[in-house]
Design a protein around this ligand. Structure first.
Ligand code: 0X9
Ligand code: ZN
Length: 410
C-alpha cells in the first residue's frame, strides 16, 4: 500500500520528464567524427554530460527521444563508436526520488550520508554545528543569490592569527549532487570527529557547500529539472548562466557560449551573477591568508589545475602537479579510484571563465584545483545515495594530503 501511494505521489509530482531519454557514450576516432559530434552540442534535444574533448576520448550525451533516431543515424552512417549507458533517464530520476521519499525525515539540525539533502537541511546542519561548537565554528552568509537565498559559508578555526587557510566550495553546478554531499562529509569530519582535531589546529577552513543554491534547489524540487546546471537568472528566451564560465578572467575567450540557451552560457558580462561576485568578494577579503582553493564538481575523476583558458601551463605547474599526484595516490589507496591529473585545458577541454583560473590569477591563490568526483557510467549525475559514503571517505583521504601540504609549507 505504501508503495502504491509513493508511486502515485511520484506520478503527480514529476514535471520535467525524462521518459525514454537515453544517455549514450560516444567515442569519435578521428577529427571528422569529433566535429560531427561537437556540432550536436548546440542542438535542441542534446545535453552533453561530458564535453567533446579530443579524438578517442569518451563523450556522454543525454539524448531526447525526439532526436534519438537522427542521432543514431548519424553515428551509424559515420561509423562512430557508441554504447548505451542509461536506457531510460526517467527511471534513474524516479529511483532517486523514491529513495528520497522512502528515507526517514532528517531531524532539524542533523545530517547523514545515506541521502542527498535539500539546501535547507544543509544550512540547518551548519547552524546546528555552530551552536554546538561555538569555539571552532562560525557560520555566515557571503551574500545573496539571484533568488535571494543566502550563500552560507562555514568557517572552522581554533582561533589565533596568521594561520594559512583552505577555501573550498562545491555545487557551482547545480546537478552535481555528489559534490555538496562530499564536502558536507568533510565538514562533519573536521568538526565532529576528534581524531581530526589536528587538521584544524594550524589551518583555518572556509567552506561553502552550495555555491549555487538557487540552481541546487531547482534540481531538488519535484516540479523542475534534475539536470539543471546553471544559475536561475531570468533570460530573454532561456534562463540561467553557467557560473563556471562567468568569472572575469579571459572571459568568453574559449569553451563558453554567448547563447543564453546553452549549458555553457557565460552571461552578458564577466561577474554578471551574484553567486560569482560573492565568491570574488570573499576571496578578496581573505586575501593572502588563503593558500589553497578547491572547487568540487562531478563527474569524471579529474584533479585539474589551471589553466582552463589556454593550453599553456602556469609557471608553478610542477608544484600543482606533484601535489595532485600525492592526493590521487591517497585516494587510490582506499578503493582504487583512479584520478586523471593535469591542466584543465590539456586533460579535459579549454573553457575560460572558471573559478579556478580566476582564483589563481586574480585572487592570488597559487594552489587552485577543480576536482571532478566520480559518477558517470550508469550513474551519470545520479550516483545512488548509497555511494555517497564511499566517495566521501576516499576523497577525505585526499583532503588530508592537501591539509598536510598547507600545514607544512605555509
Ligand atoms: O566545465 C566545467 O566547468 C568543469 N567540468 S563540469 O563537467 N563539472 O562542468 C571543468 C572546469 C575546469 N576548469 C576550467 N575550465 N577553468
Ligand atoms: Zn561542474
Amino acid at each position: 500500500m505504501k508503495t502504491i501511494i509513493l508511486f502515485a505521489c511520484l506520478a503527480a509530482l514529476a514535471t520535467a520528464n525524462f521518459t525514454n531519454y537515453k544517455v549514450y557514450r560516444v567515442t569519435p576516432s578521428n577529427a571528422h567524427q569529433l566535429n560531427l559530434v561537437k556540432g550536436l552540442e548546440s542542438m535542441k534535444g542534446f545535453d552533453f554530460w561530458s564535453k567533446a574533448r579530443q579524438v578517442n576520448s569518451d563523450i556522454d550525451i543525454m539524448v531526447s527521444p525526439k532526436v534519438e533516431g537522427q542521432f543514431t543515424y548519424i553515428l551509424k552512417h559515420n561509423s562512430i563508436d557508441y554504447s548505451l549507458l542509461i536506457q531510460n533517464v526517467e527511471s534513474v530520476v524516479q529511483r532517486e526520488q523514491l529513495t528520497k521519499l522512502m528515507s526517514p525525515a532528517v531531524p532539524k539540525g542533523k545530517i547523514n550520508f545515506e541521502q542527498y539533502h535539500s539546501y535547507e537541511t544543509i544550512v540547518d546542519y551548519l547552524l546546528q554545528l555552530e551552536s554546538d561548537h561555538r569555539d571552532i565554528v562560525e557560520v555566515r552568509s557571503i551574500g545573496g543569490t539571484y533568488e535571494d537565498r543566502e550563500m552560507v559559508m562555514i568557517k572552522i578555526s581554533t582561533g589565533g592569527s596568521n594561520k594559512p587557510a583552505i577555501l573550498i566550495d562545491a555545487t557551482i553546478h547545480a546537478r552535481e549532487w555528489i559534490a555538496p554531499a562530499t564536502v558536507l562529509y568533510f565538514i562533519h569530519e573536521l568538526v565532529e570527529n576528534e581524531d581530526n582535531r589536528h587538521m584544524i589546529e594550524n589551518v583555518d577552513w572556509y567552506i561553502i557547500p552550495v555555491l549555487n543554491p538557487d540552481g541546487y534547489e531547482f534540481t531538488h524540487s519535484s516540479t523542475s529539472n534534475r539536470f539543471w546546471r546553471k544559475t536561475t537568472t531570468k533570460g530573454e528566451i532561456c534562463d540561467g548562466v553557467d557560473a563556471n564560465r562567468n568569472f572575469d578572467f579571459h572571459w568568453m575567450e574559449t569553451g563558453a557560449s554567448s547563447n543564453e540557451c546553452s549549458e555553457t552560457y557565460a552571461g552578458p558580462e564577466g561577474f554578471s551573477e551574484s553567486e560569482t561576485r560573492n565568491l570574488k568578494k570573499l576571496v578578496e577579503s581573505l586575501g593572502s591568508q588563503t593558500k589553497l582553493y578547491l572547487t568540487f564538481h562531478s563527474y569524471g575523476q579529474y584533479l585539474l589545475y589551471p589553466w582552463g583558458y589556454t593550453s599553456d601551463l602556469p609557471e608553478d605547474w610542477k608544484t600543482l602537479d606533484d601535489l595532485a599526484h600525492d592526493v590521487a595516490d591517497a585516494i587510490y589507496a582506499v578503493d582504487r579510484t583512479d584520478y586523471t591529473i593535469g591542466s584543465s585545458t590539456n586533460v579535459l577541454y579549454a573553457a575560460a571563465g572558471g573559478s579556478d583560473d580566476w582564483v589563481k590569477a586574480v585572487g592570488g591563490v597559487a594552489l587552485s584545483y577543480t576536482i571532478e568526483l566520480p559518477g558517470g557510467g550508469s550513474w551519470g549525475f545520479d550516483p545512488p545515495a548509497s555511494a555517497i559514503k564511499g566517495v566521501a571517505t576516499e576523497t577525505f583521504e585526499g583532503l588530508k594530503v592537501y591539509h598536510a601540504y598547507v600545514e607544512k609549507n605555509f
